[in-house]
Design a binder for this molecule. Structure first.
Ligand code: GTP
Ligand code: MG
Length: 370
């Protein structure tokens, strides 16, 4: 099973086991060096201690599922994938809704109020931007731990009337740990009590130096309520994306990540998948975690059925035999037999992992951070 003792983990990092234990104990549990932790926890500990982690395929069964890097000549520009983070009630959801509505009103038939996990908008200058509405920091961390790097840019929302708060600081460290550039949105600028300058100063104390204070970090004063600054924010994201020069090969079997999944009464398991490489098509056989299925239908972020979805496009996938989990990586495989082989192997691994658990020692760090 995918576990490691604290001693072995410390050895591999050339760190002292006592330091590993100290870090784990911050989450409120007692540990001995002979305790085991699961791979997700081990990875987070390693990253927390400043190590880079490369997780290798666990077995031959997994091998070849996610293929190697694409040749340079196959790469084409792709839209950035943006995640919004910030403290509770600072306006993340409002901001996403406002951006989406502005866009929907401008482009498609209006009136979309339904909340969805991921969608794509067009910036004023015409470039596409994909947004993921994070289900919270814990989920972001869990995704990262599973090797799913879904985000290209983090938008840090800070309410101008509240300033930098604990989860703002947490979001900053998540973005830093993931090596993802950050753009600051100072929200609720419409409020009489708004004090954006205070936000800038407070950010400075956390090593975020915004442009207007001579730094490199783009910042925008916005209001989800009045929509002030939203176009500028989108342009800023497009600019940042240009700098990042994001590319992917669209002409290959699709790979991606589940950003949200649920069991729908009428439609069965529905997974919102962000395609990251290749093109996903109806009829494809996909695996995600320990679930698989034949893609029966693909539904776009505006509720339209589509035949295919390319890099950076979020799409609802219908046809899974069971409900996968957010953070599960998605891959297209050659046939059903291969899909069964992979998912049965994973299900077995999962069972073994569960039975190997000893007390609280193997809870994932994502769970601990909740
Ligand atoms: P959580 O998901 O609970 O962490 O909150 P959130 O960050 O998604 O905040 P949400 O969008 O739910 O907004 C919290 C409250 O702030 C709501 O009552 C919003 O109406 C209000 N709000 C959000 N943006 C603005 C804004 O720009 N101006 C004003 N005046 N109020 C805002
Ligand atoms: Mg919210």
């Amino acid at each position: 099973p995918e576990t490691i003792t604290i001693q072995e983990l410390a050895n591999r990092m050339a760190e002292r086991a006592v330091d590993v234990i100290r870090l784990l104990m911050k989450q409120g549990e007692m540990y001995k060096i002979t305790d085991v932790v699961d791979a997700d926890t081990a990875q987070l500990v390693a990253e927390e201690m400043g190590h880079t982690v490369k997780r290798v395929a666990e077995s031959d069964v997994e091998e070849g599922l996610f293929s190697e890097a694409d040749a340079a000549e196959t790469l084409r520009q792709r839209p950035p994938v943006v995640t919004i983070m910030g403290h509770v009630d600072h306006g993340k959801t409002s901001l996403l809704d406002a951006i989406r509505k502005t866009n929907v009103v401008a482009g498609e038939a209006g009136g979309i109020t339904q909340h969805i996990g991921a969608y794509q908008v067009t910036s004023p200058s015409g470039g596409k931007i994909s947004f993921i509405d994070t289900p919270g920091h814990a989920a972001f961390t869990a995704m990262r731990a599973r090797g799913a790097k879904v985000t290209d840019i983090v938008v840090l929302v800070v309410a101008a009337d509240d300033g930098v708060m604990p989860q703002t600081i947490e979001a900053i460290s998540h973005a830093k740990a993931a090596g993802v550039p950050l753009i600051v949105a100072i929200n609720k600028i419409d409020k009489p009590s708004a004090d954006p300058q205070r936000v800038r100063t407070e950010l400075l104390q956390h090593d975020i130096q915004v442009e207007s204070m001579g730094g490199e970090t783009l910042e925008f004063e916005v209001s989800a309520l009045t929509r002030q600054g939203l176009d500028e924010l989108l342009e800023g994201l497009a600019l940042q994306a240009e700098i990042l020069d994001l590319k992917a090969n669209a002409d290959r079997a699709a790979e991606g990540t589940v950003v949200e999944a649920k069991l729908d009464r009428g439609r069965g398991p529905v997974a919102t998948v962000l395609v990251q490489r290749g093109t996903l098509r109806t009829g494809d056989i996909v695996v995600a975690g320990s679930e698989w299925g034949r893609v029966r239908a693909l539904v776009s972020d505006i509720g339209e059925q589509v035949k295919e979805a390319g890099p950076s496009v979020p799409v609802e996938v219908l046809g899974f035999n069971g409900t996968p989990e957010a953070g599960d990586r998605v891959a297209v495989v050659e046939n059903e037999a291969r899909a069964r082989e992979v998912t049965e192997y994973r299900a077995r691994q999962k069972r073994e992992r569960l039975s190997a658990r000893t007390g609280g020692a193997t809870r994932s760090l994502a769970e601990m951070m909740r």
